[in-house]
Design a protein around this ligand. Structure first.
Ligand SMILES: [Zn+2]
Length: 420
């Protein structure tokens, strides 16, 4: 987790200057620092990267439980989303940011509504994010045009926002809510803006099947035909893709965000991640929105990812701890095209770091650090969080956000939404 070679270091020192890592190596080097963090008994690693979420959906946490995706979306989520106001999204996003910081996430990839509000929450919280305004066309070209315009304006205005910590993308919702004609327009726009694309793909079998019936081919093949696939695209889920479609995604170097908890909770199936990784597809891990998870604690989800793949393939060697942690850090960064900047503890990278407190009963006695983090640690073991060289949490106390106020305001908004 230290670098590209997966080296680990005992009694090491990490020095940060101007938001970047300037030294990683043995302790004993004489640095004069304005701030020193005693890492004794702690483990330093890259901040976790949540490769797919809709963070403001904290507002809907616990509202629709034990129901299938179509009922979840159509009966509960979409009607409530229609009543959302910008300030609601801000409150929900801020709550999600607090939760992410407290569980060790330093960067998240998000698609939702009123994304300017999410960008503001990112500014306030100090986190890093890749943000896209969600676009749904549903066969209505006028609606599509309007959505594309909104998405374009957001992508233009907020790229490099928050001191460069925000990067933007275009966010067509999915293959079942956007036509190939619309997606082609989205791709042209993304290319002209120089931004990537974030969308859902092959999440639900009934939706994937209905698209395939309509098009006479799978959505992945259709996307290839319209020139939509390249390394600027990250797709979430990919549960219902066959081996040939995986070859297509690998050939075009498309990034995948695997969201095991959300997928299993809504009973959509388990993506064949081992097959994707075997083809060289960069696969990150996402929590998906807090309404279908019901948290954004990446350390919980990576363990479940491993258990699900081991069970799916009946193979205990599937997704070993080292690979899991790479997926939650550098592979997620790669899927987002940010592996040159974040995802590992290396000189020249942004100082997005977390410290895990190892002095806990469930983390003792000391074992292989990869296994300790991947299978024993919990989000609440994260002690310190640093993004861009700035401390966002120290000794489990948030430094940029007032936790009590953030919880209170989001709770007020969520309750008010129910009566709206
Ligand atoms: Zn999603």
């Amino acid at each position: 987790m230290i670098d590209a070679e997966d080296r680990t270091l005992q009694h090491g020192l990490v020095a940060v200057d101007n938001g970047c890592i300037v030294y990683v190596g043995p302790n004993g080097v004489d640095y004069t620092a304005t701030t020193e963090i005693d890492g004794h008994g702690k483990l330093v690693m890259p901040g976790l990267i949540n490769a797919h979420t809709h963070i403001a959906m904290t507002l809907f946490r616990g509202l629709a439980e034990d129901v299938p995706l179509n009922a979840w979306l159509e009966n509960v989520i979409w009607p409530r989303e229609a009543k959302l106001k910008p300030q609601d999204v801000y409150a929900g996003a801020l709550l999600g940011c607090a939760e992410m910081i407290e569980t060790g996430t330093t960067c998240f990839n998000d698609m939702y509504l009123f994304m300017d509000q999410v960008a503001e929450a990112v500014t306030k919280s100090g986190l890093r994010a890749v943000l896209a305004e969600g676009m749904i066309e549903q066969g209505d070209p006028e609606k599509g045009q309007e959505a594309l315009h909104k998405g374009e304006v957001f992508a233009k205005n907020y790229d490099r926002f928050a001191g460069g910590r925000v990067r933007t993308r275009l966010g067509p919702h999915s293959e079942y809510s956007c036509s190939p004609e619309f997606l082609r327009k989205v791709k042209d726009k993304a290319d002209s803006l120089g931004v990537g694309i974030h969308m859902h793909l092959a999440e639900s079998k009934p939706y994937a099947d209905s698209v395939a019936t309509k098009l006479g081919k799978s959505a992945t093949r259709q996307l290839e035909e319209i020139g939509f696939l390249d390394d600027q695209l990250i797709v979430a889920h990919c549960i219902h893709v066959d081996q040939e479609e995986m070859n297509i995604l690998a050939h075009h170097r498309v990034g995948v965000a695997h969201c095991p908890v959300s997928n299993m909770k809504v009973a959509l199936g388990i993506a064949k991640i081992v097959d994707m990784i075997g083809r060289g597809i960069p696969v990150g891990i996402g929590t998906d929105g807090p309404a279908s998870n019901n948290h954004v604690d990446m350390l919980k989800d990576i363990k479940i990812a491993a258990l699900a793949q081991k069970s799916l393939y009946a193979d205990a060697t599937a997704l070993p701890a080292k690979k899991l942690l790479r997926m939650a850090t550098i592979d997620g960064a790669k899927a987002l095209g940010l592996d040159g900047e974040i995802g590992s503890v290396e000189v020249g990278k942004k100082a997005d770091l977390i410290l895990i407190d190892l002095n806990k009963p469930h983390l003792s006695p000391p074992a292989d650090p990869w296994t300790t983090v991947a299978h024993s640690a919990m989000g609440s073991d994260v002690d310190t969080v640093i993004v861009d060289g700035r401390m966002l949490m120290q000794s489990r106390r948030l430094t940029e956000l007032n936790e009590e106020e953030v919880i209170k305001e989001a709770t007020r908004v969520a309750q008010e939404l129910l009566s709206r």
